[in-house]
Design a binder for this molecule. Sequence first.
Ligand code: SAH
Length: 370
Amino acid sequence: MDQNFQEEFTQIIKFEPPLYKQRHQFVKDLVEKYKPKKVADLGCADCSLLWMLKFCSCIEVLAGLDICANVMKEKMHTLSPLPVDYLQPSERSLTITLHHGSVAHKDPCMLGFDLVTCIELIEHLDESELKKFPEVVFGFMAPSIVVISTPNSEFNPLLSRVMSYRHPDHKFEWSQAQFQNWAQEAARCYGYSVEFTGVGHPPAGMEKVGFCTQIGVFVRKYPQTGESVQSEKPTEAAYKTVFKAVYPSLKDEKYLQNAVISEVIFTAEIIKHRLMSIREEYSDDPERKSKFQPSMDCFSDYLGKLVVEKQMEPFISGNEVYIPLATIFSFPKVNRLCGTFEKLCKLIAGKVTLSSDGSAVMFSIEQEEN
Ligand code: SAH
């Protein structure tokens, strides 16, 4: 909703890309710089920033909080995993949660975050909420980084038809000095350093006006000690969880097992296919056919010199093709997925037909010959 509709519709100065996109891009750049694993967006509104952040591969936990459940629910389905996420589970894990509640209240679900974003939020807080905000965000949540953006009132005269505030729900709009004083005081109180920047450049010659959106980036000065993490943290929940999505990930054994089984069968099929076509070349001559044994060379060519040892050589015995697991394990994708040969054996046990000694994948060739 919001996204400072007045800003977008009434400005003389046209921002390209639109200002809300520039703000979100600013956060994305920050994520790419600091690589936080856990990110919370306070005042997440229609979840559009969260949606953008779910594609940042460093993030494993994303949480949104808003006082208005309806605005969050509008597009929260866009945060659910897609069929492709199940077909090709990612290597990272990702959990996205949305909470309904106020930044004026503490809830333990907001502990342990690396980055907390408050984009165009503080100007929506009334006096009592704003008073509690620093203690909740910097004192209680205490993430390594906090980013806060808010309108710069000095820019308003450059926006046509902005008579008072840029949005009817704004409780205040601050000048650069007002925002910086407030931010520096909060930083000093809770052990953060703060730097100011913004998005939406003023026109040439009017640089003193500052950015249309002013931004403070707060970095916690000291690492959190075990003690401060636990000190007077409430255990009671103040927020209501309205959405939770756990993305399929290869970190989850059941998805890893599926991926390994598919990859093992796929790899074994390729090798088998090659073996059969070599055998085919011998088939014109029944005498040659009966003597057929694939040579090391024909495989090493095909497999890029992966088959290096005698015991890794695939072979045909009677109506069965045997493809040693060691050969399959030497394929990069199988190797990367499993890490160790033992893990490969464990993941496919009972799921793929193996030779009696368990050292090779076994396929029957009877069907293809008939
Ligand atoms: N962050 C969004 C839009 C912010 S609009 C963006 O980047 O586009 C401000 C949002 O803050 C609104 O969705 C409003 O419902 C929410 N909000 C207002 N007061 C709040 C409070 N006390 N606690 C949590 N969210 C609040």
